[in-house]
Design a protein around this ligand. Sequence first.
Ligand SMILES: *Cc1c(COP(=O)(O)O)cnc(C)c1O
Length: 478
Amino acid sequence: MNPLFDNRRPAIVAESRQQAAGLYAARETREWQTMDAAHHLHPFSDMGALNQAGSRVITRAQGVYLWDSDGNKIIDGMAGLWCVNVGYGRTDLAEIAYRQMLELPYYNTFFKTTHPPVIELSQLLSEVAPEGFEHFFYCNSGSEGNDTTLRIVHQYWRAKGQPDKKYVISRRNGYHGSTIAGATLGGMGYMHEQMPAQVPYIVHINQPYWYAEGGEQTLEEFGLARARELEAKILELGADKVAAFIGEPFQGAGGVIFPPANYWPEIERICRKYDILLCADEVIGGFGRTGEWFAHQHFGFTPDTMTLAKGLTSGYVPMGAVALKRHVADVLIAAGDFNHGLTYSGHPVAAAIAIANIKLLRDEGIIERVKTDTGPYFQQALREALADSPLVGGVDGAGLVAGIQLTSDKASRGRFENAWEIGTLCRDFCFKNNLIMRATADRMLLSPPLVINRSEIDELVEKAARCIGLTARELGKA
Ligand SMILES: *Cc1c(COP(=O)(O)O)cnc(C)c1O
């Protein structure tokens, strides 16, 4: 019997090490890898190459550290995939899941029913979300959240008697997930190429990535110019044909790209002027990443909808949601049947974990600490450690998220022609040095658990700088 669910021994954590051994057979790394290659298909991977090399097998985690099947202790500079905000090994979340599973492991929220966890979560979210966000629709992921956002946007304009407002504008190099609608909204060409067609009525404008695309413009000129591409696109399509603009407050998977400070206020002005819904994809930015509860608060604008996932449950189980401002929710609620839902919308175990997770973020002062202590400390330490690197053109970020721009020439903001290889080279050094740091082309990304303390930040920054130094040496730059 799986010891996690032996109800004579509800103390699921105390002896977790020994008990975990009973979760599955003890195997050698090589054996795991062989089985993995034989039967498991990996996301976003060249599986042929991966199967040759063998996957790294992560077996357990605690705090900001992971352990692999060879016993290596690895510092997780990415909080999993940007999601483990409260860190690994939180016994409170495990116990809540266990108790909720015994009480009510599943029930749906279709057909005139509801349950306490989803009610309590919705109430709690309305308390931590900015003024006016009072209604929440649930799903299982960020991708589904953005699909849901599209459904809501279209229902909204239909109900308002403007069904011709159909176009949704998003950005190149944005990431909005990997369902078909999510991938269409996203501006990743390599995802579009895989499909014969995209979802119609979605169009893209350019991203606010000054380092790569700013040319001779100042940050300020570039920020305005990129925001005004939205206005130009609206005028081209006709404002009476445009439903919404969607964007990540800062682009995450696209490289932790922080737009110039005047970008978002200008985007907001344009959305208001032409009566376009402003949808913030807060899947990474939400739940404290920048030191604010939601990243749009950091950038000083107010969206009409927010997509939430990742930090909502700190990744302990899957859950996503869409948060609606009152004026959007009012229209949706009055519009009659809303024909959308997922078997697991508002799943009681996920909701129970989300509640406990949000309470940890709030009541342990985790987000507050990111804002006033660990966030500024991390940003400063990282900038200091990389200031003299010939390979580093700049560091963007706030709170506990950062994008490190690698450059072939600091003075001229030079770009490597083989940017993806450079990033991969650096990431391979990280791998060997037991650091998880992600690469998007020639940008190295960090986004550690929000519970990371100062000495762990020192270790993270020291390792990141060391691996970038090794990359520079390999390229003959140091
Ligand atoms: C991860 C991510 C998504 C997709 O979330 P999934 O849970 O992987 O479907 C959507 N938007 C943003 C900004 C993301 O970072």
